[in-house]
Design a protein around this ligand. Structure first.
Ligand code: MSP
Length: 643
């Protein structure tokens, strides 16, 4: 039984294939807010995030970029880590599915399921694109065409390993029934039961042999483990499950919350629990499926005129305003629409007007009326009780909502107290009290209540906007919040000595901002120039490492079982034949190539491609008609160096 004072939360692990946008940031910021809250409440907290790095898509993208899949993901993962640092994400661990300990543990898990009889070898049937050597699902190739190259797909079969998902259907239904709240919001559970489980669960294909970039199946290395078994198990391998040291697993598992986007509900509430049942591991307490950040009219896409890059937005407006916006704008489990206009309005009204002004007015008045330090003699008066009552109610509501991951509702409760405090200034009119010497004690009482309210607000907002909480407290002469209990008692601070600071949230000019954001979002005027400028520069020494030679094609034959490849025999001037496999079969017949002189990268490390040992590669370029053109040369002897 795990210790009650621990808390384990995870985000999904992100694909390092596309640039992360504010939708992805939304998932992580939510997990961060709840982690910070739990830590303040004294929980020993473990917050996990990471990257999901295997699969065909990554393999293809790496090939396109001319690097190995690992080199490809390494570059992108660094950017994702930087984004989380920028967003002030306090994760305790960052797991990569290419981490060695994870790969080993996934193989251990596969073996365990296999030994239990939950994995068997069968045939995977799908829609296959021969030239791309890729399987597609019915939805992916709905029009009967390959989504990648547009050629017709055919029904095909391949040998694969399957997980006996069907065996777990009844146990899953029983589990849901016995654990209300396991899936939240509840309508997601209904969706899973009615759309997936009741119509009949199919066994799940968990291996592939058409690509290589994955964790090898331990009992058959011709196959790699299909990504969802690899990906989902990160939640336990990160804690050391299946390794020598599983102390974290024993301490933190079962997870308190897997926080996920609604699109991956099935994987987390059907497949993952069934995998855990197969491993005899207890299920997580809760899978919380949040809604999506959408743009007006649909999904995220740059063309819609809104900046969705979290780095651009955070650098322009600050990290906390962006965190606040994401957590406030989307209600529990629903989708929310992002627009530049909404963001600017929220910053101006909630942050600059309501919160920022409250702090700067209060600090300025304490300085003006009391030289910065409040006297001990203070008088209570009208409106004070109501201020305290609203504070207590906001606290109760903010906690209740936050405990249940209702971030937006929790912030609304906090803002009710901020509004009440602003109203208190209008009601008590300190500027009028200041004019009357006889009202000094009441004025001190009013200013104390204002400072005390702001102090409590700084605790309330600490999980959501950690930097702002620190900045506000500095102005009240206080250090960072160390415990949620600091908001328990209104009146616990003896006195305040304020320190004037910078304006916390400068007001934005909406018209100007919208124009600026629109211009930031314009398509580049010269995309090719931008692309070339964006490529890392190399020195002449780096270029010198590539040995380019003229070579003549002596013979050329198709490679069996590889529709894209031709096997070329080259005269490279050395007097010995050189074999090169080249992916140009769709664009040239052997007759068109034999006798031609080409440019050879002669010192490329040999690689075996579909059974052919290829020693080097020949240069070619994408043609304007969508084909590929090999670079031919004339009047130069084989073996001549190209410089
Ligand atoms: N790699 C899988 C998850 C494996 S978890 C074992 C994956 N990755 S993802 O990068 O595509 O998505 C990561 C998370 O971001 C998912 O929870 C997804 O729902 C979320 N979001 C992606 N776009 C989103 C929005 N526009 N809005 C909110 N969340 C969104 O899925």
């Amino acid at each position: 039984m795990k210790d009650k004072k621990t808390f384990y939360i995870s985000t999904p692990i992100y694909y390092p294939s596309d640039k992360l946008h504010i939708g992805h940031t939304y998932s992580t910021v939510q997990a961060d807010a709840i982690s910070r809250y739990k830590r303040l409440r004294g929980y020993d907290t473990f917050f996990l995030t990471g990257t999901d790095e295997h699969g065909q898509k990554i393999e293809d993208k790496a090939k396109e970029a001319g690097v190995t899949p690992k080199e490809y993901v390494d570059r992108i993962v660094d950017g994702i880590k930087d984004l989380w640092k920028l967003m002030n994400i306090s994760n305790d661990k960052f797991i990569r599915t290419t981490d060695e300990y994870h790969e080993k543990a996934v193989q251990y898990i596969f073996n365990k399921m296999y030994e239990k009889g939950d994995i068997y070898k069968g045939e995977y049937e799908g829609l296959y694109c021969k030239p791309c050597e890729a399987f597609w699902t019915d939805t992916q190739a709905a029009d009967g065409l390959c989504p990648d190259c547009g050629r017709p797909v055919i029904k095909a079969k391949e040998e694969a390993y399957f997980f006996r998902l069907s065996k777990y259907a009844d146990r899953l239904l029983d589990y849901y029934a016995a654990h209300p709240g396991f899936i939240e919001p509840a309508h997601r559970e209904t969706e899973m039961v009615n759309n997936f489980i009741k119509p009949g669960l199919q066994d799940l294909c968990i291996s592939r042999s058409t690509f290589k970039w994955g964790i090898p199946v331990p009992i058959n290395p011709d196959h790699v483990i299909y990504v969802w078994l690899d990906a989902l198990t990160n939640y336990i391998t990160a804690l050391g499950y299946g390794s020598q040291d599983d102390s974290l697993f024993r301490k933190f598992w079962p997870a308190d919350v897997h926080l996920i986007g609604k699109d991956i509900t099935r994987f987390h509430t059907v497949y993952w629990p069934a995998f855990l049942m197969s491993l005899d591991v207890p299920l997580p307490e809760k899978v919380y499926c949040h809604g999506w950040v959408l743009l007006e009219g649909g999904k995220m896409s740059k063309s819609k005129g809104n900046v969705v890059d979290p780095v651009t937005l955070a650098e322009r407006y600050g990290v906390d305003p962006l965190r606040y916006y994401l957590l406030r704008e989307i209600a529990f489990g629903s989708d929310g629409v992002f627009s530049n206009e909404n963001l600017i309005n929220r910053i101006n009204s909630d942050l600059a007007n309501d919160l920022g002004n409250l702090v700067s007015r209060t600090v300025a008045m304490v300085q003006k009326y009391f030289d910065g330090t409040l006297p001990a003699q203070r008088e209570q008066g009208e409106f004070d009780d109501d201020l305290r009552a609203v504070c207590a109610k906001s606290k109760e509501e903010a906690e209740k909502y936050l405990d249940n991951l209702y971030f937006s509702e929790s912030l609304s409760a906090i803002w009710r107290f901020i509004s009440r405090t602003n109203k208190y200034i209008d009601e008590t009119a300190p500027w009028a009290l200041a004019k009357d010497e006889g009202s000094r004690a009441r004025l001190a009482g009013v200013m104390y209540n204002l400072c005390e309210s702001i102090r409590i607000i700084s605790v309330f907002i600490a999980p959501f906007m950690p930097e702002t909480s620190v900045k506000i407290r500095e102005q009240l002469g206080l250090g960072p919040v160390s415990s949620w209990d600091e908001c328990a008692v209104f009146g616990s601070e003896e006195t305040f000595t304020v320190v004037k600071g910078d304006i916390i949230f400068p007001r934005l000019d909406p018209e100007k901002e919208l124009e600026e954001l629109a211009s930031l979002n314009k398509a580049p005027s010269n995309p090719l120039k931008e692309e070339i400028e964006g490529i890392a520069k190399i020195g002449i020494d780096d270029f010198g490492k590539v040995d380019l030679r003229v070579a003549q094609i002596k013979s050329c034959v198709p490679v069996k079982k590889a529709k894209k490849l031709l096997e070329l025999t080259l005269d490279d001037g050395t007097g010995e034949d050189r074999t090169v496999a080249s992916g140009i079969a769709q664009y040239y017949t052997p007759d068109e190539l034999i006798g031609k002189k080409v440019i050879l990268v002669s010192n490329l490390k040999p690689a075996v491609l579909c059974g052919v040992e290829s020693r080097g590669m020949i240069l070619a370029a994408d043609a304007s008609d969508g084909g590929v053109k090999v670079i031919f040369v004339d009047g130069v002897n084989p073996g001549t160096k190209v410089r």
